[in-house]
Design a protein around this ligand. Structure first.
Ligand code: FMN
Length: 231
């Protein structure tokens, strides 16, 4: 897309994209990090979140909270957290990509773009969960899994809704590496945990297909290791 191209599109035009076939949405949803600075209508963002809320949560607790960030000063603060984390993580990622996975270079460049242009991204949706993550009594690991399992289905819905409406979106966590800093930037009470951010904007490029492992390589029958469907 080019700057300003979305200016005259009404909410109804954009929302019509949600009627896209489910399989097409799933096959073409991917991390789109390079987006235009053009504004995204609040109605569009709210519709994405409304559809996110159709996801399941543990005990139907619906203990999610979504902070929509549009204020440049707040985006800058989160952006500097992202840059700090990226300095370390990006360095490690680059060293690894150079040696083992040269195809990651393209992804690293896209992340770098996102880090450098973070404050220009029109909308950040910070996805949070209410409630204490780890009570004082020891609990099995599944408790933590159930806790975070209450946000990620909604995040996937959000990503698919964004895809349907033609928005570029990605799921990111690095800007939240310091929960304390994130809490202070977003004025989150101690009872609310930031889990991930979905930056949203009109894409600079196009959605494309993703590269994933073959289903038969990661699927086991009855017991781990019995890859019965592998050719
Ligand atoms: C838990 C989680 C955390 C992630 N954190 C980041 C992040 O901080 N920055 C980023 O650019 N991408 C992040 N990603 C996006 C992944 O890199 C991306 O989903 C993956 O490379 C697949 O991209 P594709 O769908 O375009 O193939 C994260 C994804 C997940 C699931």
């Amino acid at each position: 897309m080019t700057p300003g191209e979305n200016k005259d599109r009404t909410f109804a035009d954009v929302a019509a994209g949600l009627d896209m076939p489910l399989q097409e949405a799933m096959l073409t949803q991917r991390a789109v990090r390079r987006v235009l600075p053009d504004p995204v209508d609040d109605d569009i963002v709210l519709r994405c979140i409304e559809l996110a809320l159709k996801a399941p949560t543990g005990s139907n607790g619906q203990n999610w909270e979504f902070v929509v960030v549009k204020d440049r000063a707040v985006k800058e603060k989160l952006g500097s957290q992202y840059a700090r984390a990226w300095k370390l993580y990006g360095g490690l990622g680059r060293a690894y990509a150079t040696r083992k996975r040269p195809e990651m270079e393209k992804v690293l460049r896209a992340v770098e773009w996102q880090v450098e242009n973070f404050a220009d991204i029109p909308v950040l949706v910070v996805c949070c969960l209410r409630g204490n993550k780890l009570p004082l009594v020891p609990l099995p690991p599944i408790a933590e899994s159930s806790y975070y399992g209450s946000i990620y289905p909604s995040v996937q819905n959000l990503l698919l809704a964004a895809r349907g409406m033609g928005l570029g979106a990605s799921l990111i966590t690095l800007p939240l590496w310091s929960t304390t800093a994130a809490r202070s930037i977003l004025h989150l009470p101690l009872s609310v945990n930031p889990c991930c951010i979905v930056p949203l904007g009109w894409p600079r490029g196009r959605y494309g297909s993703t590269t994933r492992k073959p289903v038969r390589d990661v699927t086991h029958l009855d017991r781990y290791g019995n890859r019965a469907w592998r050719e």
